[in-house]
Ligand binder design. Structure first.
Ligand SMILES: *[C@@H]1O[C@H](CO)[C@@H](O)[C@H](O)[C@H]1NC(C)=O
Ligand SMILES: *[C@@H]1O[C@H](CO)[C@@H](O)[C@H](O)[C@H]1NC(C)=O
Ligand SMILES: *[C@@H]1O[C@H](CO)[C@@H](O)[C@H](O)[C@H]1NC(C)=O
Ligand SMILES: *[C@@H]1O[C@H](CO)[C@@H](O)[C@H](O)[C@H]1NC(C)=O
Ligand SMILES: *[C@@H]1O[C@H](CO)[C@@H](O)[C@H](O)[C@H]1NC(C)=O
Ligand SMILES: *[C@@H]1O[C@H](CO)[C@@H](O)[C@H](O)[C@H]1NC(C)=O
Ligand SMILES: *[C@@H]1O[C@H](CO)[C@@H](O)[C@H](O)[C@H]1NC(C)=O
Ligand SMILES: *[C@@H]1O[C@H](CO)[C@@H](O)[C@H](O)[C@H]1NC(C)=O
Ligand SMILES: *[C@@H]1O[C@H](CO)[C@@H](O)[C@H](O)[C@H]1NC(C)=O
Length: 613
């Protein structure tokens, strides 16, 4: 009896299981059929572009169709980059229950951002970059899948604000909104997205605004792209909390004030780009950013020396006896600043340095020599640009050890003869505008009156040169060709460094840097129709007020002339009842009027008070 029940039981169980299985596979095939139909619908809605040819192969398994990604027979991804899609995203795109990956980048998809995509409830990756989307992002964008980790809307034509609801997508790790026309604001709460690894807001015409200090809460951020987005004011100190940061790009904004010294201590920072701003002050070490491989801070108002400890801090481990510094730094670009002092000699010994560009600064003294006994065959610096400084003394022939493909020492005060090793075609443009230089029939350089002495013949150079020739003759040929092509094709694409011209009517103890460095919001004491007024202090002593007018005015010859005329009159007036105009600084973009600073109240108040007296 008992065994009969057991057999019946087993039989029934088998039947039930069988049923379930049939039901399930039935169900699966229904789902699979419906997914196939949905794909065909999608193709139809997109107007059957030639690059989607699914309907021509309907008899095959849709999981084999190009661009369709399946997992266990279900559609989980659509990888349709560069398929000439131009119609708006069809609603049918969310017909796939397990869809978590959509890549529609590099098409011409137009229209606005469609909320139908909210229905893809398992979406983790959405890439719509390089399309033609326009209009505003929906204010309820937080209704996108809560699982979304990757959102890329870069290189479209979206405008308006970035809605603050985007900050509720807490799972976001990658957010790319760069290269659009967002012309209003971006929310400070982006700082709440603590999972973010990459944030790119660059190249958007946002309304001018300060950088949100809340971005210091992006505790996992590694890449922060924020160039060309109209940021004004200072770099917030909270940036130095970003302990995972590898790349910081704040180039081409309107940043002023100092680079927070703690930025130089971000140990994971590899690339620092602060090009084209009005940052001032010194590069204030100690530089503990041990990972830095690229520093590009050109076209700012930095002053002071290249820090003495600059290279030392890049040494990891022990100082090797052959002087080569095992520092990761590869690119050092500080061109277009007002750095002064000497060029540290150890810069030549940095193992990985490939490019050093210190053009348009105020460096002085001699170019450090590389003594023969310190030469290492692994030393090589591809680009050495020290042009437009105040360097003096002779050109060290030993620079040839570095095998530069681009060497520029033009526009300095170098003297003596051009070393014969450099008197070859590649270097013909490398020493221009150094009135004290001469050559032995090379380019347009004047002839030296004396023959080179024995030491000038660079005899000591011959041995290593022979070694170079033997070891790297092919390489030299290649670099020669490369250099030739480079020199040929190099465009005259020079960033105009701001021409700060100080004109004074009375002696003042401030220099241009003191004044420019003081134009920070902390020093703002008033603003009016014609501009802003700043109080400038040296230590505790605040003696001058600077009125900045015409910010952003286009270059206008008439305006310039009127301004000059006005300055002429004001500057020549010396009357006890009138605040003295001490001088002015004029640039192509703005004019700075320098007045005596009056302790109490505005110039207006003060003038009127004096009138009553
Ligand atoms: C369909 O398009 C894909 C990608 O464009 C192509 O590789 C494939 O050969 C095409 N198949 C047919 C049957 O046209
Ligand atoms: C999204 O899904 C809801 C129900 O889940 C449905 O009512 C709505 O029509 C769907 N929207 C689109 C655009 O498919
Ligand atoms: C931003 O751009 C949109 C579309 O071009 C325009 O309608 C809007 O007025 C602009 N907003 C601002 C603040 O300029
Ligand atoms: C961001 O975080 C702050 C502080 O935790 C909170 O008050 C705010 O509501 C958050 N904002 C968003 C949009 O999530
Ligand atoms: C984010 O940063 C701001 C200012 O830096 C701070 O006041 C706030 O408490 C931070 N919020 C969170 C959630 O950490
Ligand atoms: C300087 O930095 C910018 C990024 O802002 C980069 O695009 C450019 O190539 C850099 N220039 C050099 C000479 O490395
Ligand atoms: C350039 O450097 C010299 C001396 O090194 C200094 O006297 C001069 O003031 C500096 N000029 C500027 C504009 O910084
Ligand atoms: C060096 O810079 C000067 C401008 O200072 C320029 O005229 C010259 O062509 C440059 N030479 C090379 C080799 O780049
Ligand atoms: C800096 O400005 C110059 C001149 O305006 C421009 O050519 C260059 O591309 C800018 N650099 C960056 C990194 O934006």
């Amino acid at each position: 009896m008992a065994s009969l029940y057991l057999v019946r039981g087993i039989l029934m169980l088998t039947l039930v299981l069988l049923n379930i299985h049939i039901l399930k596979s039935n169900c699966e095939s229904i789902t699979r059929d419906s997914e196939k139909a949905a794909l065909l619908k999608l193709e139809q809605d997109w107007g059957k572009p030639a690059a989607l040819n699914w309907s021509s192969i309907t008899n095959t398994d849709h999981c084999d169709w190009s661009g369709v990604i399946c997992t266990d027979g279900f559609v989980t991804g659509l990888s349709l980059a560069g398929r000439d899609l131009y119609k708006p995203i069809p609603k049918a795109i969310c017909s796939f229950k397990n869809l978590f990956y959509i890549d529609l980048s590099k098409n011409q998809i137009s229209g606005s951002f469609r909320t139908s995509i909210f229905n893809c409830s398992r979406l983790q990756h959405l890439d719509l970059s390089f399309n033609s989307l326009f209009g505003f992002l929906p204010a309820n964008i937080h209704k996108l899948s809560p699982k979304l980790a990757y959102l890329n809307l870069a290189s479209n034509s979206l405008s308006g604000s970035i809605p603050s609801a985007i900050c509720q997508l807490h799972g976001l790790r990658f957010l790319h909104l760069d290269n659009n026309y967002f012309n209003e604001s971006y929310p400070a709460e982006l700082g709440n997205l603590s999972e973010l690894r990459v944030l790119s807001l660059a190249y958007n015409p946002f309304a001018p605004g300060r950088m949100h200090p809340q971005f210091g809460n992006l505790s996992n951020i590694k890449y922060l792209w924020m160039s060309n987005m109209n940021i004004v004011g200072e770099i917030p100190d909270t940036m130095s909390q970003l302990s995972q940061l590898r790349l910081l790009d704040l180039s081409s904004n309107r940043l002023n004030g100092m680079i927070p010294s703690r930025v130089w201590r971000l140990r994971s920072l590899e690339m620092l780009y602060l090009v084209n701003n009005s940052l001032c002050g010194h590069i204030s070490g100690p530089i503990e950013a041990m990972s830095l491989t690229e520093i590009n801070v050109s076209n700012n108002l930095l002053t002071g020396r290249i820090p003495e400890d600059f290279e030392n801090n890049f040494i990891s481990g022990e100082v090797p006896t052959n002087l080569i510094l095992h520092a990761p730094l590869q690119v050092l670009v500080l061109a277009g600043n007002m750095l002064s002092g000497l060029l540290p000699s150890r810069i030549w010994y940095m193992q990985y340095l490939k490019k050093i560009d210190l053009r348009k600064n105020n460096l002085s003294g001699e170019i450090p020599n590389i003594p023969l006994d310190t030469v290492d065959l692994s030393m090589a610096i591809d680009t050495i640009d020290l042009s437009e400084n105040h360097l003096s003394g002779p050109i060290p022939a030993s620079l040839i050890y570095l095998r530069p493909t681009l060497l520029n020492l033009s526009n300095n005060q170098l003297t003596g003869h051009i070393p014969p090793v450099f008197q070859i075609n590649e270097f013909e443009q490398s020493f221009l505008s150094n009135p004290g230089l001469c050559s032995y029939n090379f380019g347009n350089y004047p002839m030296c009156s004396t023959q080179p002495g024995p030491e000038e013949q660079d005899k000591h150079l011959k041995r290593p040169i022979i070694i170079f020739l033997i070891l790297g003759s092919t390489m030299l040929v290649f670099t020669g060709i490369f250099c030739f092509i480079k020199i040929r094709s190099r465009k005259k694409h020079e960033a105009p460094s701001p021409q700060w011209k100080l004109t004074t009517f009375q002696p003042i103890s401030y220099n241009v840097e003191d004044i420019l460095c003081g134009l920070t919001n902390n020093n703002l004491v008033g603003r009016g129709g014609s501009g802003k007024v700043y109080k400038i202090c040296l230590g505790n002593n605040c003696k001058i007020a600077v009125k900045k007018i015409g910010n952003g005015l286009k270059k206008d010859g008439m305006l310039e002339k009127q301004f000059q005329a006005e300055i002429g009159t004001l500057g020549s007036i010396r009357h006890a009842n009138i605040v003295k105009l001490l001088g002015f600084i004029s640039t192509s973009e703005s004019k700075l009027l320098i007045y005596e600073y009056m302790e109490h109240g505005s110039l207006y108040d003060w003038l009127h008070q004096r009138d009553k007296d």
